[in-house]
Each structure stands twice: as structure tokens, then as C-alpha cells.
Design a protein around this ligand. Structure first.
Ligand code: SF4
Ligand code: SF4
Length: 441
């Protein structure tokens, strides 16, 4: 694609990067076929190629984005399915990141939208604020039908949360069983530690059982993905630098930084890109990115114990591969291979490349499209003979719980159970009702 940035514009490293990205696009349109919003809307401007043109025009002309441009950019899930299919290697992820940052700085959103986005960026990354807001949200439930669509979507999502799970306080270190193979740092996730801490505890048990000391990197509240995807770049970078400072003395002792929420993992792996020109933090950022691994990506490289007293083969698992995992981190077979090795039956999902509509705050801010995508994903899964759904990202788990009656849990909860941990609570409820005694052991 030909670009027309001026020499003065190209003095800015960020603009140079945008130009390099744009120049790779050959306008073939292959990406439209795998874009969830293009699939739903059938509008060129709701597909990646159209968005690339909108971004090019906006950034080249340094124009003030109008509501039409913002509407189509806001509708992008950042699912990155377009990057997986693109034959030219267009780095759409960093292009849309620049676009979102530019829109945040140059577009005047309606006051109510601006306020709501700021509230999300302030509350969600802080476990304490999030916990309190969830408690307060329960008071608002009787008035849910009188609230604006996005607030209603937020409250519906809050109903999927298990506040009891987040009451547990963390130890600083969880010692592994001997022989010790290494030491890892676990990111407990800002929202995850509040509403689904059982995922963290399952990860810790699984890693301990397999010989790893686990250190909690809990002093940092959030990886900054939420602010980053809302276009609040300076707020996000400030948080990234704080995280790096907090972790710097501990990094040398850690063999890996484990993320069990693929959205966070994708962000951590991108720290090196975000701070690549930063004299003070670039080295540290690269170290964090290079050490970050998804929990399944890490486990598949190690030997593990399996508990033969449970019968995981009684369950057919549909593994829903989150976009941030399959498109963002290019992790595809590892979680399913682990489930199989631990004894579960697995089954593929039709249209597995399509997003479930969770996408960070997307299911709150773009609830109409997110609902369509959630329903589509649930229907795809339910068209299989799956007994339950496993996923590698809390956002997808909470999203799918709204649209499917099948039990849904994190992959590590199943792996933990099959290697000596407790049965996941979702499975206990399910087993007592829907599944026959013979099938469940
Ligand atoms: S597939 Fe890649 S090269 Fe083709 S239009 Fe999409 S982004 Fe451009
Ligand atoms: S990131 Fe996803 S929603 Fe956005 S343009 Fe690419 S495929 Fe479409």
C-alpha cells in the first residue's frame, strides 16, 4: 500500500512504524473472510482492510476522527484473526494500537461515554476497587432494565462472577514438591484474583506438584492490557513501568513468568515492543517478555504426574482457544494436547478462529455485537457432543457462561483435577445433576 506521510511526520518513530506496517498491506482482502465483525456486518469498513484504510487516512492527514471513523475502529475486537490469515504479515495489532491512542487524544467522545470508559479504566485494573464495585453492582440489579445498554452488559457480566473465590489472601511463595525443577512467577490477574481465584489456585497446585516453586507477582495489580486497549496509552505505559520496577529484583531468580489468562500473556509478551525506545526500561521489558509463557505453553515442555483415580475420559471437552492465545500468542495445539495427555476426550469446535465477543471490555462497550458473537460461539460448541468447555482466558469463560448452559472452566482446573487436585466446582454441580453416575467417577 502506498503511503503519503511527510518527511516531518516520519521523524516520529511511532509514525515510521505505522508507515512500515501500512506498506506491507497489498489490499488482497483475505483478512475480511476471517474477521468476526465483517462476518456479522458485511460492511467493508467493519473488516480489517477497511479499517486499515480508515487508519491510514486518519494518521496521514492528522485529521480529527469523526464519529463514523471511531464507530468502525471501536467495533474492532482486537481479536487479531486478521493477522493469522494475512499473507503479507501486516502487523495489524500495533497499527490499531496507534489508531486507538490517536482517537483517544483527538476525538471528543460524548461525556457519558468518556466517563464510562474512564470508570472502566480505573476500576477493572484494581482488584480492590473491582471487588467493591462488584458488591455495589449487586445493589443495582433491581434497576438493570432502566440502565444504558453498556452498564446493563457490565452488570450481566458481574452476575457471572464468583466473589467468594477472591476472598483468599495469597502467600508470597508456594513451595514445589521435590525434586525442585525451578522457580516461576505467577501473574494472578486483576479481575481473575477477585472473581475466579480458583484458576490461580489450580495453577499453583499443578506447578507445585510438578516441582516448581511458585512466587506470586501480586504486588502489580494489572498487566495494563485494559487501559492499553481503551487507547489510554500513557496510563498503560505508566503501569507497565511500575510493574517492571516492582519485578526487577525478582526477575533473575525466575525461570519463567507464567500467565494463566491469555489476554494478560499477550500483553506481557508485548512489553518489549511497547518500551523498545525507552532507555531506562527497554532491557527489563525484553526480559519480562522473553520469560513470559502461558501456563499450558510451559507445562507441555515438562513432565507431569497424572492421578489415575479420576476418570477424565468420561468427559468430552470442547477447548475454546481464546483469540489472544491462538492469534495473539500463536498457541494452538498445546492446551488440547495436554488435555488429551491428562486423559480427557477432546472435540474440535466449528469456526474456532472466530472470537466469542469477550475481548477485554468489548462485551461491555459493544454489547450488541458481543451478544451476537457469544450466541454464535455457544451454538458452535453446542453443535458438538461436548460435555463441557475449557478455555484459557477468564474473559472468554465469563462471556460464554452467559450464552451456554454447558459447564465452562479454565484448562488448568481440569489438568489440576486429573493430577490430584479437587474437582472443579463447575463440574461438581454438573456431575450431581446432568451427568449420570456411571459416567462420572
Ligand atoms: S490480508 Fe493482509 S495484505 Fe491482505 S488486505 Fe488484509 S491486511 Fe492487507
Ligand atoms: S482484529 Fe479482529 S475484529 Fe479487528 S479487524 Fe482484525 S479480525 Fe476484524
Amino acid at each position: 500500500m502506498r503511503t503519503q506521510f511527510s518527511p516531518a511526520q516520519l521523524l516520529d518513530p511511532a509514525t515510521r512504524e505505522v508507515e512500515q506496517i501500512l506498506r506491507k498491506c497489498v489490499h488482497c482482502g483475505f483478512c475480511n473472510a476471517t474477521c468476526p465483525t465483517y462476518t456479522l456486518k458485511g460492511d467493508e469498513l467493519d473488516g480489517p482492510r477497511g479499517r486499515i484504510y480508515l487508519l491510514k487516512d486518519m494518521l496521514e492527514n492528522e485529521s480529527r476522527p469523526d464519529t463514523k471513523v471511531v464507530k468502525h475502529i471501536d467495533r474492532c475486537l482486537s481479536c487479531l484473526s486478521c493477522m493469522t490469515i494475512c499473507p503479507s504479515g501486516v502487523d495489524y495489532m500495533h497499527l490499531i494500537d496507534h489508531g486507538r491512542d490517536y482517537i483517544e487524544k483527538h476525538h471528543n467522545r460524548k461525556l457519558i461515554d468518556k466517563l464510562f470508559r474512564q470508570i472502566l479504566a480505573s476500576i477493572l485494573p484494581s482488584p480492590n476497587r473491582f471487588r467493591w464495585s462488584l458488591k455495589l453492582s449487586r445493589l443495582a440489579q433491581p434497576f438493570i432494565n432502566y440502565l444504558p445498554r453498556s452498564m446493563k452488559a457490565g452488570l450481566n457480566l458481574a452476575q457471572q462472577s464468583n466473589l467468594e473465590s477472591g476472598k483468599q489472601t495469597f502467600e508470597s511463595t508456594y513451595p514445589g514438591e521435590s525434586p525442585i525443577k525451578g522457580r516461576i512467577g505467577l501473574i494472578p490477574g486483576c479481575a481473575q484474583q477477585v472473581v475466579a481465584n480458583e484458576i490461580n489456585m489450580a495453577s499453583i497446585r499443578l506447578l507445585n506438584r510438578n516441582g516448581f516453586d511458585v512466587e506470586l507477582l501480586a504486588e502489580s495489580e494489572c498487566c495494563a492490557a485494559i487501559e492499553h486497549h481503551l487507547g489510554k496509552t500513557s496510563q498503560a505505559l505508566k503501569r507497565v513501568r511500575t510493574n517492571l520496577k516492582d519485578w526487577s529484583s525478582r526477575l533473575p531468580q525466575l525461570d519463567a513468568i507464567i500467565s494463566n489468562a491469555s489476554g494478560c500473556g499477550t500483553m506481557l509478551k508485548d512489553y518489549q515492543h511497547l518500551l523498545k525506545g525507552d532507555d531506562e526500561f527497554s532491557t527489563l521489558a525484553s526480559q519480562v517478555s522473553n520469560k513470559t509463557m502461558d501456563v499450558c505453553e510451559f507445562l507441555v515442555q515438562h513432565e507431569f504426574s497424572i492421578n489415575h483415580n479420576v476418570l477424565p475420559e468420561a468427559f468430552t471437552v470442547a477447548y475454546q482457544n481464546p483469540c489472544s492465545m491462538q492469534h495473539g500468542q500463536k498457541i494452538n495445539e498445546q492446551p488440547t494436547n495436554l488435555l488429551k495427555e491428562f486423559g480427557f476426550n477432546t472435540i474440535g469446535i466449528p469456526d474456532a478462529h472466530l472470537c466469542c465477543g469477550s475481548a477485554g471490555t468489548y462485551n461491555i462497550l459493544q454489547s450488541e455485537l458481543a451478544t451476537e458473537l457469544g450466541n454464535k460461539k455457544a451454538a458452535s460448541i453446542e453443535s458438538t457432543s461436548a460435555d463441557l468447555i475449557a478455555s484459557g482466558n477468564l474473559g472468554c469463560i465469563l462471556q460464554l457462561r452467559q450464552y451456554s448452559d454447558l459447564p465452562i472452566m479454565h484448562t488448568v482446573q481440569l489438568l489440576d483435577w486429573a493430577s490430584g487436585g479437587p474437582m472443579p466446582p463447575e463440574l461438581t454441580d454438573f456431575a450431581s445433576g446432568e451427568i449420570s453416575e456411571e459416567k462420572y467417577s
